[in-house]
Design a protein around this ligand. Structure first.
Ligand SMILES: *[C@@H]1O[C@H](CO)[C@@H](O)[C@H](O)[C@H]1NC(C)=O
Ligand SMILES: *[C@@H]1O[C@H](CO)[C@@H](O)[C@H](O)[C@H]1NC(C)=O
Ligand SMILES: *[C@@H]1O[C@H](CO)[C@@H](O)[C@H](O)[C@H]1NC(C)=O
Ligand SMILES: *[C@@H]1O[C@H](CO)[C@@H](O)[C@H](O)[C@H]1NC(C)=O
Ligand SMILES: *[C@@H]1O[C@H](CO)[C@@H](O)[C@H](O)[C@H]1NC(C)=O
Length: 461
């Protein structure tokens, strides 16, 4: 009983002496001067303290991890000094990345800023908490912080909800989904240097405008148009080339493919400057996209009559070139999704769609090779051994198109040749006009000189 009481007294005494010690050290009572921006929508706090006896600037910066969160000094991104935080590689602590903004693009990491991360920096209940001191944050390339200003302009931004975890201070960022402005009273933030305390109310800040929602519409349009052309227009065009006898529809769709692709390229190029990683065109996505311009240009140029006539091989390049271009574009598209840090689900869906498309086109290709493409069947006699009786019936019905095609345009001639290359690889390369049951113009032309001869000889007899 005695020992229990004395133990209790000892514990109580040591607790009270610890409390006295803590009070003497006044950890809890020292409140550094600070101006605080608090966004209740996102539970984001940014507090700044300007030391009055040194050039130090202290920060307290806390926010849930919207992948990344940034605050910058200045009216706009260009030349703004920004503090950007995101979870480190393990997701256990905060990575702080000082960056300098540039016009219309992702800010660039700067090692010119000496930022010291202090004790108390952590991730707690999903909240990133940064305690930091910066000994040279008052001046940076092309900018400075006016410590006497009652209205220092500031900007802030949130990255999208994707899993950014990196211990690198120059991690690739996705474009912000929300941003805004405020001004901060630097005089109210000036006093004895120290990390500002946690708070849930704004003090010493004004002009809190609305938070602006931001969407990267051009990049979205680039991705959507790219997918539409690869997964809809292109396969449709292959079907048209294989099964429709009117070759003009194929030509029209090919022009549409090139037009949509050109817009897609234009959108891609116009958005590339906004990210550090894409602005010099050296990512695999961009390199493959640029390489695929070669087969696309050949596909567009080779049907020209003078080129078709250069060599017999040229028309036969059409199908392989088209397959090469599609493959390059599909891979490039996947790499583009990776470049823009899309979710695994989207990338897997894209991969599945691409594989389905490749298998589908392989099946279509083998069917067309066996039957012969509609246009070719409509314009030439296939070897009987490779044509079934039902197809012969079709051939008859399609023969009118064949006679129409007697005056083949250069494109028609080109495709004619290319199909013959594809469908009659057994040496049957001889071109026979006016196939089917009705005579084509060549047949009529051939017969025409004979008509007066018959009449004449009839009279002579
Ligand atoms: C305790 O607070 C006083 C002012 O109330 C301050 O001058 C002193 O530096 C503080 N001590 C510590 C250890 O923070
Ligand atoms: C941006 O690119 C430069 C070189 O062009 C590189 O040094 C830097 O680490 C990259 N990333 C960021 C976020 O600045
Ligand atoms: C986070 O990093 C800071 C600075 O390196 C360190 O002081 C702090 O203890 C770390 N926190 C955790 C929870 O590891
Ligand atoms: C700095 O500010 C504190 C109040 O936060 C004040 O007590 C102190 O005198 C100031 N020191 C200088 C050098 O102005
Ligand atoms: C701010 O925090 C205090 C306690 O620290 C709490 O009483 C108050 O309700 C909070 N205010 C808001 C708006 O959350």
């Amino acid at each position: 009983m005695f020992t229990f009481t004395s133990a209790f007294v000892t514990v109580a005494l040591s607790i009270s002496s610890f409390l006295k010690f803590a009070q003497a050290q006044n950890y809890t009572t020292f409140v550094p001067a600070a101006s605080t921006f608090y966004a209740s929508e996102t539970a984001t706090q940014f507090s700044i303290n300007i030391a009055n006896d040194s050039s130090d600037v202290y920060f307290y910066f806390a926010s849930p991890a919207y992948s990344w969160v940034g605050v910058g000094f200045g009216q706009q991104m260009e030349d703004s000094l920004m503090l950007i935080i995101y979870p480190d590689a393990d997701g256990n602590n905060v990575t702080i990345s000082p960056r300098i903004g540039r016009k219309g693009g992702e800010p660039i990491f700067t090692d010119k800023i000496d930022l010291e991360v202090l004790d108390g920096t952590r991730i707690e209940d999903g909240l990133m908490i940064l305690h930091a001191r910066c000994s040279d944050c008052r001046v940076w390339p092309n900018g400075f912080l006016d410590a006497t200003s009652p209205h220092q302009p500031m900007i802030y931004a949130f990255g999208g909800p994707y899993a950014l975890q990196s211990s690198s201070d120059s991690a690739d960022l996705k474009r912000h989904v929300r941003y805004g402005h405020f001004t901060i009273d630097m005089r109210a933030a000036t006093g004895t240097g120290g990390v500002p305390l946690k708070s849930n109310a704004s003090t010493g800040v004004q002009d809190l405008g609305v938070m602006t929602k931001d969407k990267d519409r051009r990049t979205l349009a680039h991705a959507i148009l790219g997918c539409v052309v690869l997964f809809v227009v292109w396969p449709l065009n292959v079907l048209i080339a294989g099964f429709l006898k009117n070759i003009r529809i194929h030509a029209g769709f090919s022009v549409a493919v090139i037009l949509i692709l050109s817009i897609t390229y234009g959108l891609g190029i116009s958005t590339s400057n906004q990210f550090n990683r894409s602005k010099v065109f050296n990512t695999p996505h961009q390199i493959l996209a640029i390489i695929s311009i070669a087969p696309l240009s050949l596909l567009s140029a080779l049907p020209a009559r003078p080129l078709v006539r250069l060599h017999r091989i040229i028309p036969r390049l059409h199908v392989p070139l088209s397959n090469l271009a599609l493959t390059l574009l599909l891979v490039s598209g996947g790499l583009g999704l990776q470049l823009s840090q899309q979710s695994r689900l989207i990338i897997l869906t894209y991969t599945a769609l691409s594989l389905t498309l490749v298998i589908f086109l392989a099946i279509i290709g083998s069917v067309v090779r066996r039957r012969g493409p509609a246009y070719a069947r409509a314009t030439q006699r296939l070897p009987l051994t490779s044509v079934s009786s039902s197809e012969l019936g079709l051939l008859g019905k399609e023969s009118r198109a064949g006679s129409e095609a007697g005056s083949a345009t250069s494109l028609k001639g080109f495709l004619d040749e290319s199909r013959r290359g594809g469908s009659m690889a057994d040496g049957q390369q001889r071109k026979i006009f006016g196939g089917g049951t009705m005579p084509g113009p060549q047949y009529l032309l051939n017969m025409h000189p004979g008509v007066p001869v018959h009449i004449g000889s009839g009279r002579r007899i």
